[in-house]
Design a protein around this ligand. Structure first.
Ligand code: PMP
Length: 552
């Protein structure tokens, strides 16, 4: 899907449309010259998109879906005034931006990996490299640096600092090449912040708005919607996640009276890769079908993708067993799994199941990316990509709630992924990381095969992310029929705790907690514990299951 080599010949161009490449980014930057972006300077993705991004149709308009709250937001006058600062010779008596001489940090230094030597030991040893960020680096006209502490420590524009807006725009175009022209990016305070803002833009309590999501969904997302007065309804899933036919059924047969007065949903919130909590990954075919159903019912999509780059090769169990479904992606692996550990950047990008954003001809997707799961959660830096109209609503909101992510965080992220690693080094880091997660995934699956009673516990090997969703057969409980699923779940949860293993109860993730549980599930993660502890934890979980089900 992703083409990383420029197609110059007419024949090749006829087969594959031209799109941005790594070489293309380098060439564009060289041609554009040094980025000049002083304190609080305005930027937007249009300054950094390649010519390939234009000449495509424009996005549909979404004003009819915007909430009263969002429509009431105008531009922040103080942020707007900052654009005059770039006028040569301008002396500011305007915005309350403190002078950097009163910032009590002179420099910041970081030790980071040198691609491709990414391990902790390599970074700590002679292969690691030190970066020092000075207060006024960007003032040196002969220097490489375009972002320094004097800028990062001051107020900035809510869209994000120009150097990082440039990087996320280039990265997004390289990986997703959105098929419409007027897309933009804006930095976010992680996907948590992005979702809260997106919900408040698209949903209005006064209208009785509701959203759809997977029947088991990320609990924090549910906890974000409910206090806003937004009702959440679940859609049936299988091993590939959200089932498009179920989505169509729910929307086609929507009856507000049967749904407590909720309007037919106009938003779908979905996590297509390594879904939290089920670990399911939608194949390309699945994504296309979901998109089509959303087009049919004019539903806008929030694509939350913190695990997108943690897509893994298919799992080969030692006993040759592999349950699951076909992903329908060009390579056709089980459970949306990618074929082989990627060796080259081209193979890596090619192996990723294309995003909803990459098939979004209407501009009906707001994609959320985050550095949390692929660099550090504490950065609190992520970004959204959506049509200009939607990103404008998002920035207006950010101006009055968080002003975008911390400038210091943006600076650190920029130094790492742009100035030090560059796009290529960052992609190599992602390749390294997915190898790490593949090993951890394989460790937990091997432990499950060894320690769990297979007639009681089943699972689909995850093809992305950090979660393994275990399904337990409640019919085999000694008091089946006399006790509820929730009671069995609780009994198993506390038995696990007593044995020294914490696993997350499936019921905590129900999109509709007042509906009966559709099964007995536990979410486990292979991200947190050490590999040796993962095996020990699964052994304890197996012992708890045996005890609760009268097998010990
Ligand atoms: N979305 C999903 C599906 C997640 O699993 C998580 C983290 N658990 C988040 C969003 C939060 O991401 P962030 O740290 O970027 O706010």
């Amino acid at each position: 899907m992703v083409v990383v080599v420029e197609q110059n010949g007419t024949h090749a161009a006829a087969i594959t449309p031209k799109r941005l490449t790594l070489d293309g980014i380098g060439a564009r930057r060289a041609k554009a010259g040094r980025l000049v972006a002083s304190t609080a300077s305005y930027s937007d993705s249009d300054m950094f998109k390649s010519p390939y991004a234009y000449g495509k149709p424009k996005a549909k308009r979404w004003e009819h879906l915007f909430s009263q709250e969002s429509l009431a937001r105008g531009p922040c006058v103080l942020k707007q005034a900052a654009k005059y600062l770039k006028q040569p010779g301008m002396i500011s008596l305007g915005g309350g931006l403190p002078a950097p001489e009163n910032f009590p940090i002179d420099s910041l230094s970081l030790r980071v990996p040198t691609p491709p030597y990414f391990t902790e030991a390599e970074t700590h040893g002679p292969l690691g490299q030190d970066i020092t960020i000075g207060k006024y680096d960007a003032r040196n006209p002969d220097g490489e640096s375009v972002f320094d502490l004097s800028i990062g420590m001051n107020y900035g524009q809510s869209v994000g600092a120009a150097p990082l807006v440039r990087w996320v725009t280039e990265h997004t175009e390289l990986v997703n090449a959105p098929p419409y022209s007027d897309w933009r990016c804006a930095l976010t305070v992680g996907s948590t912040g992005a979702l809260e803002q997106a919900l408040r833009i698209f949903c209005d309590r006064a209208r009785g708005d509701s959203i759809l999501t997977e029947e088991f969904s990320f609990s924090t997302a549910l906890e974000t919607a409910l206090p806003l007065g937004i009702r959440v309804f679940g859609v049936g899933m299988d091993g590939e996640g959200l089932v498009p036919e179920r989505l169509d059924e729910v929307l086609s047969n929507w009856d507000p009276a049967a749904r407590g007065g909720a309007r037919k949903p106009t938003v779908l919130y979905t996590v297509p890769s390594g879904q939290n909590p089920t670990g399911a990954t939608q194949s390309l075919q699945r994504r296309r079908e979901v998109y089509k159903v959303c087009q049919k019912h004019d539903v806008y999509i929030f694509e939350d993708e913190p695990y997108y780059y943690l897509q893994m090769p298919a799992y080969n169990s030692s006993n040759g067993h592999a349950n699951g479904h076909t992903n329908g992606h060009t390579n056709g692996h089980a459970n949306g799994a990618v074929a082989l550990p990627a060796e080259t950047i081209e193979e890596f990008l090619e192996s990723l199941v294309p995003s909803l954003l990459s098939i979004d001809t209407d501009g009906r997707v707001l994609r959320m990316d985050s550095f949390s799961k692929v660099v550090v959660p504490g950065s609190r830096v992520g970004w959204i990509t959506a049509s200009e109209e939607v990103v404008d609503r998002f920035i207006r909101h950010a101006e009055c709630c968080n002003q975008g992510p911390s400038g210091i965080s943006q600076l650190v992220m920029h130094k790492l992924v742009d100035e030090t690693w560059g796009h290529e080094g960052y992609l190599r880091w992602l390749m390294h990381l997915r190898r790490e997660y593949t090993r951890r995934r394989d460790t937990i699956l091997a432990a499950c095969e060894k320690y769990l009673p297979r007639d009681l516990v089943s699972w689909v090997p995850p093809a992305a992310g950090m979660f393994l969703w275990l399904q337990i057969d409640p019919a085999q409980h000694p008091r089946a029929g006399a006790v509820s699923l929730l009671e069995i779940e609780e009994q198993l949860f506390f038995t696990c705790i007593a044995k020294g293993v914490l696993a997350t109860r499936g019921s905590w993730f129900r999109a509709e907690p007042d509906r009966p549980l559709s099964g007995l599930f536990f979410r486990t993660t292979f991200a947190a514990a050490s590999e040796s502890n993962i095996a020990a934890a699964v052994e304890r979980f197996g012992a708890a299951v045996r005890e609760v089900f009268g097998r010990s």
